[in-house]
Design a protein. Structure first.
Length: 99
C-alpha cells in the first residue's frame, strides 16, 4: 500500500458501491504536462490528467498508477473495466469501503 494520506479522500469522490468495492466514472486527459486527479466534472466524473500518450495501453497503465498513488491503495486494487480505448472510462477499485 502506498504510504501517507490520500490526496483526495475517497469519500469526496463521486463513486458507486459494488459488491467488491466501488466504481468511478473517469475522464482522462492524455499527453498533459502534469499527472494527477484534476477535479470533478458535472458532479460525477473524476478528471485525471496523464502525461502518457493514449498508445498501446500506456495511458490506462498510468491511470491505474495515478489513482493508486493518490488514493494510497495498491495498483492491484485498480482496474479499468470499461472504456479501454476511450477518454471516458469506468474504473473499479476493490477492497475499499468509504466511510
Amino acid at each position: 500500500m502506498a504510504p501517507g494520506k490520500p490526496v483526495i479522500p475517497l469519500i469526496k469522490l463521486p463513486f458507486r458501491k459494488t459488491k467488491n468495492g466501488i466504481t468511478l466514472d473517469v475522464k482522462v486527459e492524455p499527453r498533459s504536462s502534469k499527472k494527477g486527479i484534476s477535479g470533478i466534472m458535472d458532479g460525477h466524473i473524476v478528471k485525471v490528467k496523464l502525461t502518457a500518450p493514449p498508445v498501446e495501453g500506456s495511458a490506462n497503465e498510468q491511470l491505474i498508477e495515478v489513482l493508486a498513488e493518490e488514493l494510497c491503495i495498491k495498483k492491484s486494487q485498480v482496474r479499468v473495466v470499461r472504456g479501454h480505448t476511450s477518454k471516458r472510462k469506468i474504473v473499479e477499485i476493490t477492497g475499499v469501503e468509504p466511510d
